[in-house]
Structures are given as structure tokens and as C-alpha cells.
Design a protein around this ligand. Structure first.
Ligand code: FES
Length: 102
């Protein structure tokens, strides 16, 4: 898996969400209580950019039709069969890196 730089951790304060496109791949990054997670950045409903939504009590809310995903597991509220693809995250020297699929 290629490891890509997302950006500085200090631009992602606790209880915030961001969208990035390293190498053209949409990625949603979440900081929930200091736990950083990353997911494929397009909603499985109609491809809304999840990182432009809101983080509400540990759930990523899609900006288009408000589907809600657990920000630790990527699981859709009320339907565990729908889950965001999750990427491994590391933080080194204040920078966030994500492992993307090949
Ligand atoms: S595109 Fe995300 S809820 Fe519709």
C-alpha cells in the first residue's frame, strides 16, 4: 500500500473532519477525541464528499443527505452491512499519513 502524506495534524483539531485528495484519491480524515481515522472519502449512497460534512457525536454526517457513519469503524448507522473502506493512519512528527490501497 502506498503511504501518502495528508498534512499537518494541527490543521485537524479534535472533533473535526477534513477531505483530502492525495494522488486524486478522495480521503476523509476524522479526529474524534484525539483518535485519527481515515476512510474512502465518497459516500456509498451517491458519492457525497464525506469530509465536507460534519462530525456529530462520533458520527460522520454526509453533507448531501445526512447518512451517518461511525467515525471509528465506518459503519453506517442502522445498517452494519454498509461500511466505509477504512485506511490505516499514522502520525509522525506532527504529520498525518494514510496507507492507500494499491
Ligand atoms: S450522498 Fe451521502 S447520504 Fe446521499
Amino acid at each position: 500500500m502506498p503511504r501518502v502524506l495528508i498534512g499537518p495534524l494541527n490543521l485537524l483539531p479534535p472533533s473535526s473532519l477534513a477531505q483530502a485528495e492525495p494522488g486524486g484519491e478522495p480521503v476523509t480524515i476524522c479526529n474524534h477525541n484525539g483518535v485519527i481515522t481515515a476512510f474512502h472519502g465518497l459516500c456509498p449512497h451517491r458519492s457525497g464528499p464525506l469530509g465536507h460534512g460534519n462530525l456529530d457525536e462520533g458520527r460522520i454526517l454526509c453533507p448531501w443527505h445526512a447518512w451517518a457513519f461511525n467515525c471509528e469503524t465506518g459503519m453506517l448507522d442502522g445498517n452494519p452491512e454498509i461500511r466505509l473502506q477504512q485506511y490505516s493512519v499514522t502520525v509522525e512528527d506532527g504529520q498525518i499519513y494514510v496507507d492507500l490501497p494499491d
